[in-house]
Design a protein around this ligand. Structure first.
Ligand code: MSP
Length: 644
């Protein structure tokens, strides 16, 4: 029985920061293949989500002075906004903090423990918090994490261990018997070598922080974040919650991930599944990284490319097209705004946009906007038709291999062939001769038909333009209903319908003008921030009144073990005493705070920060983290007084 479902996933991203163009790249690829499979008639499930536990998130939250949950909630909203903007049409947004997921992770952990594949011991070794990854001494590169080149920390703690080594042979066998399992081929060898080097048992629990799913048999421990995160793919398919759905979609057809986390997906994840008695995904594809000017994107270098700005400046279609077209899927590629604009102008504005404009204008001019009948044909017509068939078949084969860029090349070969067909058949010459009306009809019919096919084939890549082309072609049935089959057939357009000429699809962007405007707006922004006239959203007086601001006196202050920034304070509000956590230890010694009267927001939701309860927030003025001073009052006043 042939399979008619398709399950594709992105990594679930860490909500410790805003997402950038690199994350957008993965999600766009997953959405594109999901849409393509849908077009082919598959029932598709597309999962994305957020990986919310672990030390990295706990630290980021404590630095921001809020609880981990409050912290991730805000960032997860921004993920969803980005995916909406990109029109990434996911079916499941999996949050690892959901109860359903917690149940799955605990169930798998317990099962594997009970069958003797998890045991308790002591972990001593290196840990990379940004990657949430354990390393052996021999793996480190000059003491740093071999994946991200950042500092690692020495960790010594009691832990549960997962017997990865037991499954080594079984995994190697699986990889050998399933040549499609790890892709691309170049990365497969790297993974095989890693396994052959010998797998150590994996530490799967932590005790030095609490932001995680508790180990079901030992509440002192939380489950190692990768064990938790990877299991998301089965939770999202319905494991333990919807058996029918799970049987329908599991195993996943493809996990799309970046090369940075291929190891977790092709070694740890399959072994967890083997131990849990579940099937392995069909394929894991580790794509390359987008770099900027040949280097890694990073906040400290200030070269992080914001997808939101790109969409605002150039539209969602152009961003998605560029991402899927510019770099072969599997290899690294460099992002540049200049290359982006060049692609937009050459491929979208010129090749595609002009084809539509010229065609529609000629149909208006020569046939009063009515789609003509197909008349006598020539070799040019046959060749155009044959090119459509050939390129669409090649496109289909490339999509099966996730070769997005090549698939778009195929489609553009057809688009360019169609433009050439105009030059070959010279409709403007035919139009001058009365007895050539039928031939002219053939040319314009074929051009419109080519555009019909192009619009359908573009659907997986561009969420906006295909509908616009459709509207201009004047076809009544919705483009939503069109299938890949409809693109493969030549001649489905009906003569006699009325086209509707419209705006150009992709206006050309002048590169120099664009950069000049950028420089100008950056300068204006800088000026604004210098004089501090940044425009703000105004709040009403009522909103302000909702804040309960009070004068508080600090009566006790102490450091929080394990944190670099936080102090635990006991404050008096007159009638009541409260505990709050404040991120001020780089600027104040505990002793100098005693007796100080400060301002405090008292009606903030309680939060747990670094395991310490915090009920309120002390106010301070800060200057981009370089300086921080507490807000105090001008003269002494009764503690607990309201600030209005
Ligand atoms: N939370 C883990 C994944 C758990 S999956 C069970 C994680 N999250 S992440 O937020 O760091 O996202 C990593 C992924 O983002 C990469 O694997 C890749 O898909 C994408 N990218 C991040 N930076 C990238 C580039 N510069 N270029 C291309 N993709 C990149 O790891």
């Amino acid at each position: 029985m042939s399979k008619d479902t398709f399950y594709v996933t992105t990594p679930i991203y860490y909500p410790n920061d805003k997402l950038h163009i690199g994350h957008t790249y993965t999600t766009t690829a997953a959405d594109t293949i999901a849409r393509f499979k849908e077009l082919q008639g598959y029932e598709v499930k597309f999962l994305t989500g957020s990986d919310e536990h672990g030390q990295k998130i706990e630290r980021a939250a404590s630095e921001a002075g809020v609880s981990p949950k409050q912290y991730v909630d805000r960032i997860v909203d921004s993920f969803k906004e980005l995916w909406d903007l990109l029109e990434a049409d996911y079916d499941v947004f999996l949050r690892t903090t959901s109860a359903k997921h917690q149940q799955v992770v605990q169930h798998i952990f317990k099962k594997v423990y009970e069958q003797g594949d998890i045991y308790k011991d002591k972990y001593e070794g290196w840990y990379c918090t940004p990657c949430e990854s354990f390393w052996l001494e021999r793996h480190l590169e000059k003491g740093k994490c071999p994946d991200c080149q950042r500092e690692t920390e020495w960790v010594e703690e009691e832990s549960y261990f997962f017997k990865m080594s037991k499954y080594e042979e079984q995994l190697l066998e699986h990889i050998e018997n399933n040549p499609e399992f790890i892709q691309p081929e170049t990365r497969k060898k790297e993974m095989i070598n890693f396994i052959k080097d010998g797998l150590e048992d994996l530490c799967v629990s932590r005790t030095t922080f609490d932001w995680g799913i508790p180990v079901p048999i030992d509440e002192e421990h939380v489950i190692y974040v990768w064990f938790d995160a990877l299991s998301n793919y089965v939770t999202g398919a319905g494991y333990l919650s919807d058996e029918e759905e799970f049987n329908k979609f599991w195993p996943a057809d493809v996990h799309i991930v970046g090369k940075d986390i291929l190891r977790f997906h092709t070694i740890i994840w399959p072994i967890i599944l083997m131990a849990a008695g579940l099937e392995l995904p069909e394929r894991v594809f580790g794509h390359g990284f987008l770099t900027v000017e040949g280097g890694k994107m990073s906040k400290s270098k200030g070269n992080v490319v914001d997808p939101v700005k790109l969409v605002e400046d150039f539209g969602v279609d152009a961003v998605r097209y560029y991402l899927m077209r510019e770099v072969a899927f599997g290899t690294d590629g460099s992002y540049s705004t200049e290359a982006f604009i060049k692609r937009l102008n050459a491929d979208l504005a010129n090749d595609l946009g002009n084809l539509l404009n010229r065609t529609v204008a000629m149909v208006d001019q020569y046939f009063e906007g009515v789609v003509p009948e197909l008349g006598p044909t020539t070799d040019y017509d046959e060749d155009l038709k044959a090119t459509a068939q050939k390129e669409l078949q090649a496109m289909e084969a490339n999509m099966a291999e996730l070769q997005f860029s090549r698939a778009l090349e195929n489609l553009w070969t057809f688009i360019r062939r169609t433009n050439k067909y105009i030059d070959e058949t010279t409709p403007w010459v035919l139009a001058k001769e009365e007895d050539k009306k039928a031939e002219l009809g053939t040319v314009l019919y074929n051009l419109l038909e080519a555009l019909r096919i192009i619009a359908i084939a573009l659907k997986p890549f561009l969420p906006v333009a295909p509908q616009k082309i459709w509207t201009q072609l004047g076809i009544e049935s919705s483009i939503e209903e069109q299938s890949w089959e409809d693109a493969l057939q030549w001649g489905l357009l009906t003569a006699g319908i009325e086209i509707q000429s419209g705006e150009p699809l992709f206006p050309r962007v002048d590169i120099e003008e664009y950069f000049a405007n950028q420089v100008e707006s950056e300068a204006a922004e800088e000026e604004d921030s210098e004089v501090e006239t940044v425009e703000q959203d105004l709040i009403s007086f009522g909103d302000f009144q909702e804040l309960d601001l009070r004068v508080a006196e600090i009566v006790e202050a102490e450091e929080i073990a394990g944190s670099d920034k936080l102090l635990k304070l006991q404050v008096s509000l007159g009638e009541e005493q409260r505990q709050v956590v404040a991120g001020i230890s780089n600027y104040y010694q505990p002793d100098e705070l005693l007796g100080k009267q400060v301002l405090m927001v008292t009606n903030l939701e309680p939060a747990e920060i670094f395991g310490v309860e915090s009920r309120g927030m002390i106010l301070a003025a800060s200057n981009d983290d370089e300086e921080l001073v507490l807000t105090t009052i001008d003269r002494e006043i009764e503690t607990g007084s309201k600030v209005t």
